[in-house]
Design a protein around this ligand. Structure first.
Ligand code: C2E
Ligand code: MG
Ligand code: MG
Length: 641
């Protein structure tokens, strides 16, 4: 908020409070004056009646004896009172005995006849006392022992009352002005502070304190307005959901203060990359969002998204080292078929998510296909969560044989998880493992897998089958919580009484590269658990890592095996990998062996173990028992023959 707006707000608040106080004072003043008038007037009337009674009493003798002189003297005293402007005494027959007035008007000579030849205005004589607003006539009969001896008329003026009221009003107004000025002065500082506090609250409620950008609340409001504007003005707009790639690394390496600094700079750079009417907001954490108005078509939106990514690509000047981050963005073009800001944001978020999985530092447009995928992922997640809550209902383990390349003897099996969903459909691990990884369910699933493998081993043992080796797949996400995964694995094996050397844990190359991965791998090693590198050749394929982490086995990915022995390039790669592994004293397993030609080629290259449909598909424990028994009886027959 700039200084001008702040001044304006303080001024507005001052004017408002002055106006309201002034209005309150005016109402109080009016009420006070009305009260004062009513009280003073009734007091005045009371005094007048007392004065009339005194004059009446004094003039009885003059009336009885028809003494004009005495009457004139008595009535003359009325002029001394500021409330009485004239008076007249009438005898019992109604004729005037004496009168006194300030000369502006006259009393009639007789109470019976109002007419008089006098040019001056005559007082209209009422039958009884009558007051108007400014004065009136007080009429009082004078009695001596119940006999009427005359009548006293007093002409009364209330002007003194009004003068006093005016004085009073001026006094009150003076006091009120002084009080108002004082109060205004005393409270103006307080009001200034209140306005600032109000602004601060508003700032906190609608703006992000780190970047100064609008927060999610304000952004949703802006988005609602944008949707209405797009519909009204028929201009296209784009909603961007932005996630900062690798921001956690900045926070972890340089601390939260530097992290905040970077967030602030990201906000500034993004704002600079957009037009002035566009909106940028921080939704929370490392998530931002933007609305681009008048964007036109998708191509334009893509251009702006690219510009924003570029603006963030330059390193951020943090101490002691500069920081590098990227942006993953989901783009949603407006108008859309839904106007709910929450729905629109979720769609842009979904598109962002796809951008992230396609490799960071990129953007992706929302499409119906993304919507469908996210929906199905959500259904998968819910189903899997429930299955795990119910002790693994619908989940089971399949075992694929691994045979010695030379002798074709069973040397082990790979345990592969299977899931039959409630509707009876089999879901492939290629579908649900990534969902389990994204949602963190993989930890629970991994624990269930090892437990189930141990249970199956016991079942197989009961059927007379003792497996020499079992390979269990471990997702890199299972290593994220540190060496606790190794502790849990060991505890499980211990509980089932399984020896650790019967197990091989299959990790992908990416797990070796993960931050903190080395600690966990060391823990695997320390616990005596063997490590096999799954899908070797599809990742970093770093020999240095193989040595560093004391890997026991590598599994050549099936994509290299598929076109053997024809594909000369893959044949060369496979040969080199086998030779290198042998040199490093590693066992080599070839995955996806489907033909005899492949098996033969691998055998001659020196590959130790073969795994693939040619030798046996993944199968349930009971089928594995049959598979092993059948192979044994064939071997026996061959021996006999
Ligand atoms: P993976 O560990 O590389 O497993 C080998 C995959 O290749 C299996 O697919 C297997 O059925 C398939 N396969 C085996 N022989 C052949 C063949 O001759 N030809 C062809 N075309 N395919 C063959 P599946 O069972 O669908 O598993 C897919 C992936 O899911 C696994 O790849 C593994 O990464 C993951 N996965 C399976 N079970 C688990 C598990 O229990 N935990 C974890 N974390 N991941 C698992
Ligand atoms: Mg595997
Ligand atoms: Mg594999």
């Amino acid at each position: 908020m700039n200084a001008n707006t702040q001044k304006e707000r303080i001024g507005r608040s001052n004017r408002l409070s002055l106006l309201s106080t002034g209005l309150a004072l005016l109402i109080a003043f009016i009420l006070l004056m009305v009260h004062q008038y009513v009280v003073s007037r009734s007091l005045m009337v009371e005094v007048l009646h007392t004065e009339a009674a005194i004059i009446g009493a004094n003039s009885t003798a003059a009336l009885v004896f028809n003494d004009t002189k005495a009457a004139q003297e008595i009535i003359g005293t009325v002029r001394l009172s500021p409330r009485i402007t004239g008076g007249a005494l009438y005898r019992a027959d109604g004729n005037q005995l004496a009168s006194a007035s300030d000369g502006r008007w006259n009393f009639p000579s007789s109470l019976m006849s109002a007419g008089d030849q006098d040019a001056q205005k005559l007082i209209e004589v009422p039958n009884s006392t009558a007051y108007g607003i400014f004065g009136g006539v007080l009429r009082q009969d004078i009695h001596v022992e119940d006999a009427k001896v005359g009548t006293l008329l007093l002409h009364v003026s209330f002007s003194s009352l009004y003068w006093r009221m005016l004085e009073y009003a001026l006094g009150v107004l003076g006091i009120a002005t002084v009080a108002l000025t004082l109060a205004y002065r005393l409270t103006s500082g307080l009001r200034r502070r209140m306005v600032r506090a109000e602004e601060k609250l508003e700032q906190l409620a609608f703006y992000d304190p780190v970047t100064g950008l609008p927060n999610r609340r304000l952004f949703e409001r802006e988005l609602r307005l944008a949707v209405a504007r797009v519909a009204r003005e028929r201009v296209g707009a784009a909603l961007l959901f932005i996630d900062v790639d690798d921001f956690k690394k900045v926070n972890d390496a340089l601390g939260h203060a530097a992290g905040d600094q970077v967030l602030k700079m990201i906000g500034e750079r993004m704002t600079a990359a957009l037009r002035s009417g566009d909106v940028v907001a921080r939704l929370g954490g490392d998530e931002f969002a933007a609305i681009l108005f008048g964007i036109g078509d998708a191509e334009n939106a893509a251009r702006v998204a690219g510009l924003m990514i570029e603006s963030i690509a330059m390193p951020f000047p943090t101490q002691p080292t500069s920081s590098h981050v990227g942006l993953s963005m989901g783009v949603l073009l407006l108008p859309a078929d839904d106007n709910d800001p929450a729905v629109l944001l979720r769609r842009a978020d979904m598109a962002m998510y796809v951008a992230k999985t396609h490799g960071k530092n990129s953007f992706h447009f929302f499409s119906e296909a993304i919507d469908a995928r996210v929906r199905s992922d959500l259904a998968l997640e819910a189903g899997l969560r429930q299955a795990l809550q119910e002790g693994g209902r619908g989940l089971w383990m399949a075992y694929q044989p691994q045979l010695c390349a030379q002798t074709r003897q069973l040397v082990g099996v790979e345990a592969l998880v299977r899931w039959q969903r409630e509707d009876g459909r089999q879901t492939s691990p290629g579908e649900f493992i990534p969902v389990a990884e994204q949602t963190g369910l993989i930890t629970e699933l991994g624990d269930w897998v090892l437990n189930q493998v141990c249970r199956d081993l016991a079942t197989l043992r009961a059927s007379g089958v003792e497996l020499p080796k079992v390979s269990v797949n471990v997702s890199p996400r299972q290593l994220l919580r540190g060496s606790s995964v190794v502790e849990r694995f060991c505890a499980t094996l211990d509980r089932f009484g399984e020896p650790v050397n019967r197990f091989e844990f299959e990790l992908t190359e990416s797990a070796l590269m993960e931050e903190g991965g080395s600690v966990v791998l060391d823990a695997f090693h320390a616990a005596g658990l063997s490590i096999s590198i799954d899908d070797f050749g599809t990742g970093y394929s770093s020999l240095g890592y193989l040595k560093r982490f004391r890997v026991n086995e590598i599994k050549i990915d099936q994509s290299f095996v598929r076109d053997l022995p024809m594909g000369s390039e893959n044949a060369a790669i496979v040969t080199a990998v086998i030779q290198m592994s042998r040199a490093l004293n590693l066992k080599v397993v070839a995955e996806g062996v489907e033909t005899e030609a492949q098996a033969e080629f691998l055998r001659t290259c020196g590959c130790h173990i073969l795994q693939g449909f040619l030798l046996g598909r993944p199968m349930p424990p009971a089928a594995l028992v049959a598979y092993i028994n059948e192979r044994q009886s064939v071997a026996m027959h061959q021996d006999i023959a």
